[in-house]
Design a protein around this ligand. Sequence first.
Ligand SMILES: [Zn+2]
Ligand SMILES: [Zn+2]
Length: 389
Amino acid sequence: MRLRSRSMAFGAIVLFILITGVNVAQDGRRVVLAPESDRYSVYSGAVHVHSVHSDGSGTLEDIGKVAAASELDFVLLTDHSTVAGAASGGEGYYGSALVMVGEEINTSYGHILALGTTRHLEQDGPDGLPKLLNAIESNGGISVVAHPYGRRDWQDWGLNGLQGLEVFNADSEWRDDSLWEWARALVWYPISPVAALNGLVDYPSESLARLDQMAASSHVVAVASVDAHARIPLWGDQFLPFPTYGRMFNWLRTYVLTDEPLTGNSDHDKQLINSAIAHGRSYSVVEGYGAGHGFSFDYADDDTTVTMGGSAVAKSDGRVTVSTGAEEGVLIRLMKGGIIAAESRSAEATFNVAKPGVYRVEVFQIRRYLPLFQVSERPWIISNPIWLR
Ligand SMILES: [Zn+2]
Ligand SMILES: [Zn+2]
């Protein structure tokens, strides 16, 4: 009897390892080709990173070096309620990676990322939120709602002056997962960390529904955030530097399209990157599934061409073109006002779009999971919208 229950337990463990192992292998990274664009330069970065100036474990130098080693072009630091990273003169290039400073501000309705300004700002009194949003804007920045559906949900979407939101937030990704997904990630993390983390990413339906709702009446930008701390507090001032900055930088990225190439001059380059983010000339990538360098999404007719974040008048010969850089195994979905307008199971696609509307693109990686190798569409790239009037 005891032998039987022991062999049943053994069998269950073997089955768990087999099923989750095959599934985790499916969540691995694939190679992506990067076609040349003649109109824009493409750069990738980590948005929403904490340093020792708030509750992160790394100095700006540590973070900059890890970013350069991870082949990131920029890091957007957002420490809680401080811009000390900038005040201490820490902004600038560390090798090939540019560290830029913004701020994560506590408000009465949730957390806001102030991006594109290095001036410390805070909410003044319980009714001070509209004033804060104005101040962020008048200091040249934008207000992006952090983890809108995560640890601390955003409370007031009716507010004027919100200019963006996080569609991916690494810190939120693992909070909504089932025990099964957790066990799988935990068991496989030491062996295949990237794939284990990928398995925790869910299609961000709530954030995307909110993005579509906001985009219907105003310009709005979406970013992917790592919300990286590289710090799990233990006791006293002890902590575990986990998950490392490097892990997070290779999991989720925000890509930007700049008007001109970066030059290595930090003030100049900071301006270019901030401007691309503010204009929504950017897209969010689950980097763990493959790099996003090859992605493009443009609208064109005989008179004009616009990319993400832009707007144009819809023409009868209008079409959007999407490239992913992937070789195969992807699904391109064109969304119009939050509804699927067209889709294509190919690495590149062109769709005719003659009617006004808010268009954006979602790209999924098609993977096969046990049992029965069922096909699953894993979210990979989320574009910012193009507005057709
Ligand atoms: Zn936060
Ligand atoms: Zn944060």
